[in-house]
Write a protein that binds this ligand. Structure first.
Ligand code: FES
Ligand code: FE
Length: 427
């Protein structure tokens, strides 16, 4: 597969047809497409990197990834959050080799260059003997990404001139307010990391668009009584927002899954329309482009309904592999007992070893494997459910919203956005 960029672009624009609901499987397999994704998607867009509560105090840091770039997310002595390439300005070694910690300085293990947690080079061993008198410290500051946050979710980008995070999230903010700002949330524990033998787009697409698979893939959850039969719960909404962000909201309106003790927060933080959705919502799955998925669900423990909120990121690791990252968010005001129950529900269903997560992984892996087949690689996959359906006109929130959960519109939108990004050379 030696193809010039121009040939590749031509191949993509003639075979990827999201508006007709046809996508060729080779987009999950080719390394030249993967390279283009790193350049035109991961280097240009806002990417989630951490939740604010993971680094609450000055000096706290975590090491994360932006596409394939290793970064340090650091809360400086001045309490400001900064994102640095984990890359020594001397000769490029990794500066931090731990997942998390608290420090005032980062020291490179090669020659000992030392950086403050604000990114300035402040120490060079034997500097005068080695470099002589002249030394321009300012030329050695850590490479810094642009960062911003929304309701505690920290994002960063290498695109210093592009649109703001606010504009990038666009319509999705109205929904994120409900999911992440109904009351204050915090990360409980550390994120789980696990290997997913899948192209990174498949889980993202599944989260943004696919409620349909639940009926079949996740039958086990129903058969062991974790979830009531969802066939009776088809009421819901399929929401397409700015930049192919989106979600599927299940809304049977039976019983609010959120803690009633925090109603004062919900009322203070949400508009009437948002509050209405919160009250009737039973479950939501979604994705913020390119690779941050989220899910809120619940479980009955005795007479209590306990919700859990998880965010998941699908880090690209070559065309056929991804690394799943998974966080649990809990309500800060909840009691330790409720937090513990929330953790148990999450672990049981949607952690790396959770029943639903395991079920899903097999599908992603199967499609990725098949995309390697010469015969299959060009046979268009069908994403045609709901083509031509008319959106709702009376939904209280922004974006394009369809009644009912079983739709493939968000997947079509996702690949349309993906294709547009890949074909945009940026010149
Ligand atoms: Fe970091 Fe030399 S490479 S100090
Ligand atoms: Fe699933």
């Amino acid at each position: 597969e030696v193809t010039s960029r121009a040939e590749l672009e031509k191949l993509l624009s003639s075979t990827v047809k999201p508006d007709e609901g046809e996508i060729p499987p080779f987009i999950f397999q080719r390394s030249d497409i993967y390279q283009l994704e790193l350049e035109r998607i991961f280097k240009r867009n806002w990417l989630f990197i951490a939740h604010e509560t993971e680094i609450p105090s000055p000096g706290d840091y975590v090491t994360r990834r932006m596409g394939e770039e290793d970064v340090i997310v650091s809360r400086g002595e001045d309490n400001e959050i900064r994102v640095f390439l984990n890359f020594c300005r001397h000769r490029g070694n990794r500066i931090s080799r731990t997942d998390m910690g608290n420090c005032s300085h980062f020291r490179c293990p090669y020659h000992g260059f030392t950086y403050s947690n604000k990114g300035d080079l402040v120490g060079v061993p034997y500097r005068k003997q080695v470099y002589g008198k002249e030394f321009d410290w300012s030329k050695f500051s850590l490479i810094q990404a642009r960062s911003d946050q929304y309701h505690g979710l920290i994002f960063a980008t290498w695109n210093h001139e592009g649109e703001s995070l606010d504009a990038f999230l666009g319509d999705m903010k109205w929904y994120m307010d409900i999911f992440f700002n109904r009351t204050e949330l915090e990360v409980l524990g550390q994120p789980q990391r696990y290997e997913v033998r899948s192209n990174w787009k498949l889980p993202a697409e599944n989260f943004v668009s696919d409620s349909y698979h639940f009926l079949f893939t996740h039958q086990s959850l129903m058969s062991v009584g974790q979830v009531k039969n969802v066939k009776e719960r088809k009421k819901g909404y399929h929401v397409s927002a700015t930049n192919a962000h989106g979600c599927g909201i299940s809304a049977p309106g039976e019983e609010m899954i959120f803690n009633r003790d925090f109603m004062d927060d919900y009322e203070a933080n949400l508009s009437e329309g948002q509050l209405g959705i919160l009250k009737e919502m039973f479950n939501v799955h979604g994705n913020i482009s390119p690779n941050l998925s989220f899910l809120i669900s619940s479980r009955k423990v005795g007479d209590e309904v306990v919700s859990f909120t998880t965010i998941k990121q699908w880090q690209p690791k070559g065309p056929e592999n991804a690394e799943g990252w998974s966080w649990l968010l809990v309500e800060k005001r909840a009691s330790d007992r409720v937090k513990e129950m929330s953790m148990q529900s999450y672990l049981l269903n949607h952690s790396s070893s959770g029943m639903a997560e395991q079920d899903d992984g097999v599908n992603y892996e199967g499609i990725t494997r098949n995309s390697r087949s010469d015969v299959a690689a060009s046979v268009p996959l069908k994403y045609q459910i709901g083509l031509g359906r008319t959106p709702m006109s009376d939904f209280p929130g922004p974006g394009t919203v369809y009644e009912g959960k079983w739709q493939e519109e968000n997947a079509r939108k996702y690949y349309e956005w993906w294709l547009g990004s890949l074909l945009d050379s940026g010149v």
